[in-house]
Design a protein around this ligand. Sequence first.
Ligand code: XIL
Length: 403
Amino acid sequence: MLKYFLYAAVPAVLALATFVWLIVALVRQCKSWRIAVGVFGVEILLLAIGYFVYFTPVEYPRTYLDEPAPETGSLAEIAREKSFYIGAAVNMADNPAYRKLVPSEYNSITPENYTKWRQLLANEAIGNYDFSKADAIVDYAVENGVRVRGHTLIWGKFSGRTYPKELDNLIAEAADPPAELRRIMQEHIQTVMTHFKGRITVWDVVNEPLSMDGVYLDENIFLNTLGRSYIAESFRMAREADPSAQLFINEQFGNYAGELVELFFDLLEWLLEENVPIDGVGIQAHNIFKTHNLDEFRQFVQRVADLGLLVEVTEFDARIRLFGEEPDPYQAQGDYMAEYARICIENPACIGFTVWGLSDASTWFDWVTPVNRMLPNDPLLFNVNLRPKPAYTKIRESLRNRP
Ligand code: XIL
């Protein structure tokens, strides 16, 4: 992500600098204005080409539509027989796809946004909860025997988005910042988990503890105030709030091997040594700018399993444009998605595979910059008409073969 912005931002800044040079040269009547015009012209041309290449929507053949639609309605049924969860993120209770695909295809759902701290608050005021949107999503699932993953209690990455902005001020002004932060975290975790007790049975307690920019923990308000023990403490608070809920740490990985992964395993080992009540690792699995190395993914899953922890793929999506060079992009995407799912389904420690949206009609990629301009995204299991895409049949097969 960061790299992408650098690629986009650096040429733009250079062009701007050249433009300033041009203006200054003209005002001062320097001869260098001619060179500036030339350089500026080339830069604008390159930017235009880049813009054209990235931002012109493309269309790929949908060969899968030429084949008879697979018999549907059974994915969740097979998943249930195999004690596995096939899940989807649900953005709103009144998304028509929700009633059509749940409970027949998905036996697990995750509220996409409405169980996040900030979104649970009326007027973003700490302690002022409005559960109505979340309840509407959760109740439909529970009434239909569908499991709900809660997402997420403590997430420090972006102030004002992943947690209420007010927290920054409260902690900055507190006489005893660690004590104040603990108090607010405890109250939040206690209130939310108590509210959903018995309905939300698994929680992403801590989301994205790793940094996106280097080999260290994300330097957010929680880490800066409490050190890495904020992670351990969050889990302890969560266990106390609802002892029956499964507790996960959830993270996005660009690579499943390397220094950052080692740091993550150091963290897990430390949590286990400290007897922190953690049940599993959620792997987000967003494929935004590149696909992942699946051999490394398989080893990663096994490594978590070897620690005695559960695994779930919690937020899978893979943009179709990552497969644009393949002869049949939708088929290639389906093969990749099915292979990703198979690695999880084959491992007894991996108990769920959740895609980040009910269908291609509701993917966050269509809202988030810059991929909202790099269309189509179509990163999910069902297309906009709720017809299953090529991964569907293969995932069903893998489920049947689950040990
Ligand atoms: C995303 C949602 O899909 C968007 O609708 C929202 O605007 C931002 O958050 N990692 C996570 C998810 O853990 O909560 C994020 O969901 C995607 C990245």
